[in-house]
Write a protein that binds this ligand. Structure first.
Ligand code: EPS
Length: 397
């Protein structure tokens, strides 16, 4: 990111997660309730394991906010792990006697960081690497993303998400533009009372739930995909002047950095490969009041910059790599063949990963907004965004 710097730390079963977010303007109203709402949304979703019944994630601010507004100084925060009290031996910060230490984990799970991580960091206990690689770390990103979301909301940008595929079941399979077929009021309903998998197509969701149950019964896990949408972005975020300033590249990188994500599409993504140009590019809708397009196959980004249409990012997430019926593994110490280690886990984390997707997209879009429009103070930023919106409005004939 170009303006915001975010640093987080914390092991899944350690005392908690912490973060420092630097680069937010002064004078932004901070709603702790809305940050906690996103933390709670990240905990919701069918297919989650027992951990989500233990945690009640809440943000604890430690710096950068006074009287409910940002100061412009680095924002410090923490999210405590309630489960820590059950792990004080296994995750002790101080050395403990050998007899109190649990057996090291030596049989790596295919798909998880275990084997490559243990070799990289020169350890015989996979726990040393799996703790930080756990998707638990995404709670800290959701706090930062919730702050970015508040900055965006003050500038007229809204971010939301939904799950569109679980295993072989795809929502709205025939829709060219999935945003056009999402039921009216779905975003508000999702915020107030999310469905088990956060899928806007009830019929598909019923089939998805059955897929999750079948995977669970088989001791297996299941993946899928989710979509994140950023609506109301001003025209011209990102740039084509260098490869690393293109908005699509930045969004893809940030979304791909969500644990388990193996693919990212912008707009119709891989769907462009078997069509001709005339069936891909989005013409301006002559009847619209603004520069709106008749279609949005580009997913709101052309030439690496936002074009004012909704930005649409779709991510493919692999099945969770801890399997109750484990895959073969080799013991890292003895070399003996066996089955991979089993750790308490989830059958799928898709509904929750989508909330992390919102956070990553919010961070990138907020960062680009700050880069383009700057402002040490919130008022400067908002004035500059309003000026851009006026300048890029379609002239009336
Ligand atoms: C997570 C906490 C973890 C897992 C999940 C994410 O809880 P547990 O204590 O049961 O490991 O639910 O972690 C993973 C999917 C993973 O691959 O490590 C959380 O808070 O999001």
């Amino acid at each position: 990111m170009r303006r915001i710097r975010l640093l987080t730390a914390g092991e899944s079963h350690g005392p908690g997660l912490i973060g420092i977010m630097e680069g937010m303007p002064a004078g932004m109203r901070v709603s702790t309730r809305l940050v906690d709402r996103d933390l709670k949304r990240r905990q919701h979703g069918y297919g989650s394991g027992k951990r989500m019944q233990i945690e009640r994630d809440r943000v604890r601010w430690t710096a950068g906010i006074r009287y409910g507004r940002t100061l412009g100084s680095p924002i410090g925060f923490a999210v405590d792990n309630r489960d820590w009290e059950n792990w004080t031996d296994r995750m002790s910060i101080e050395p403990i006697p050998a007899e109190r230490r649990p057996k090291p984990i030596t049989r790596a799970r295919p798909g998880h960081i275990d084997l490559a991580g243990a070799l990289k960091y020169d350890t015989d206990d996979v726990r040393d690497v799996l703790e930080r690689a756990s998707a638990r770390s995404t709670a800290a990103r959701v706090v930062a993303g919730a702050l970015a979301r508040q900055l965006l909301a003050a500038c007229g940008v809204r971010i939301w998400s939904f799950v569109d595929q679980v295993g072989p079941i795809r929502a709205f399979p025939d829709a060219e533009d999935v945003l056009a077929v999402i039921p009216e009021g779905w975003v508000e309903r999702d915020l107030a009372d999310p469905t088990p998998l956060r899928c806007p197509d009830p019929e598909a969701e019923r089939a998805m739930l059955a897929e999750v149950d079948a995977a669970r019964e088989a001791g297996d896990s299941i993946g899928g995909s989710f979509v994140v949408v950023a609506e109301g972005t001003p025209i011209g975020l990102g740039s084509s002047s260098e490869w690393d300033t293109r908005l699509d590249g930045m969004l893809a990188g940030a979304t791909m950095a969500i644990p388990g994500v193996k693919g990212v599409e912008i707009g119709m993504g891989f769907g462009v490969v078997d069509r001709r140009g005339s069936a891909v590019h989005d013409v301006v809708d002559a009847a619209a009041a603004d520069w709106g397009r008749a279609t949005n196959r580009a997913g709101g980004i052309e030439g690496g910059i936002s074009n004012g249409e909704p930005i649409v990012v779709r991510a493919a997430q692999k099945p969770v790599s801890t399997l109750r019926s484990p895959l073969p593994s080799l013991d890292m110490v003895s070399g003996e063949p066996g089955r991979a280690h089993i750790e308490r886990s989830d059958v799928t984390v898709l509904a929750r990963a989508a909330i992390v997707g919102e956070a990553m997209v919010a961070l990138v879009v907020a960062d680009e907004l700050l880069y383009s429009f700057g402002g040490d103070a919130m008022g400067d930023l908002r004035a500059a965004v309003t000026r851009r919106r006026r300048r890029t409005a379609r002239p009336r004939r």
